[in-house]
Design a protein around this ligand. Sequence first.
Ligand SMILES: NC(=O)c1ccc[n+]([C@@H]2O[C@H](COP(=O)([O-])OP(=O)(O)OC[C@H]3O[C@@H](n4cnc5c(N)ncnc54)[C@H](O)[C@@H]3O)[C@@H](O)[C@H]2O)c1
Length: 434
Amino acid sequence: MRIVMIGTGYVGLVSGACFSDFGHSVCCVDKDVAKVNALRDGKIPIFEPGLDELVAKNVAAGRLEFTLDLAEALPGADAVFIAVGTPSRRGDGHADLSYVHAAAREMAPHLDPGAVIVTKSTVPVGTGDQVERIIREARPDLEFSVASNPEFLREGAAIEDFKRPDRVVIGVNDEHAAGVLHEIYRPLLGNETPLLAMTRPAAELTKYAANAFLAIKISFINEISDLCEKVGADVLDVAKGIGLDSRIGARFLQPGPGYGGSCFPKDTLALLKTGQDHDAPLRIVEAAVAVNDRRKRHMGRKVVQALGGDGNGKVVALLGLTFKANTDDMRDSPALAIVRALQDAGAQVRAYDPEGMEQAKALLDDDVVYCTDAYEAMDGADAAVIVTEWDAFRALDFDRVSELLRDRLLVDLRNLYDRADVERLGFRYVAVGR
Ligand SMILES: NC(=O)c1ccc[n+]([C@@H]2O[C@H](COP(=O)([O-])OP(=O)(O)OC[C@H]3O[C@@H](n4cnc5c(N)ncnc54)[C@H](O)[C@@H]3O)[C@@H](O)[C@H]2O)c1
């Protein structure tokens, strides 16, 4: 199959590289000149484990290429995937579909008959109809299909998720589109990956419902963790106790500083808007969003409380800035609210993240001191705070830490350590829900 991927970000680049690894011929298009030039020079613009090797291998095999020029990429394409961003629209929380609409308008003049246009971006119900209308207006006589194929990969484990997904969801209105998508995903189907074919609106909604459900699970365990702190229970016991129930499942039951990233915050908001527009309010999702909004800043206050209730004159070492480990993505990371809460309380922040510092610098103000490793961040700090669950923070050298920290205080917002172990070393230990 000949595939064109429009948008070469976290999803487009991983999907394009994996499709080419399946044996398809893939051309990735992006408008960002620096990104395309970097990719052509063999440089990967994002941090995603294993992606550099996968891209290099498939470029060398002649199955994967990058271009700025849609007109050059599109002729002969069997499928054109749209993988552009769908951020929150400023002011109202609806998904901003301007990039999706622009991609549809730009591709229309260059499509060949029989092309299947597939939205891989996370888009609200009805977006497939809009894409179809835009192309139909530009090319009234063209035979084409529009399908939905939402993506469920997780940053940090994106290649594994793409190649061994729990399921592939396709929303199709016609046999031709179903056939093309079946052919594209055929290499996965032998591994018993279910390919779920449904209507386009059902596929579009499935992605939002999945993200909202996972966000609810996170907010739920975070509220239970607050209750655990009040009643002297250990949330890890409770999470295990409920997670082993197969009706509930253990994943997404880790308490922490709240969910962030490029998907859950914007997708939960967009789903709430869809619910309101259709007079079907989603109260449980609303509560999950409200709990999460409060939680991020509350984590900053938790640190200040641990410092004795006053941040003035205090120096805090933040270990980790990205919204989770194994990505450089800082979008809506809880670290952003935590830094602000600490600075508002008068504290100075020294920070280190293995991959996210460049992206963090663009989002945080200049008062943050960026360090080259965790130990430099802790040098002269009053307390260390683990914000992201990077492996590099799981086995800190506590002899070194005790020499560097002014006050032996570790605030562990990811519950990476055992309380008894840390206290035995003479540290005060503040965790989440324990
Ligand atoms: N990041 C994730 O983990 C993830 C997971 C599942 C689904 N999604 C969804 O996938 C979509 C893409 O997310 P992302 O994180 O990859 O976004 P991203 O911001 O990393 O990448 C989007 C890319 O599209 C490019 N672009 C925008 N308009 C274009 C156009 N008209 N022509 C060519 N290129 C264009 C941008 O330059 C950018 O490189 C979103 O809808 C998101 O919700 C993301």
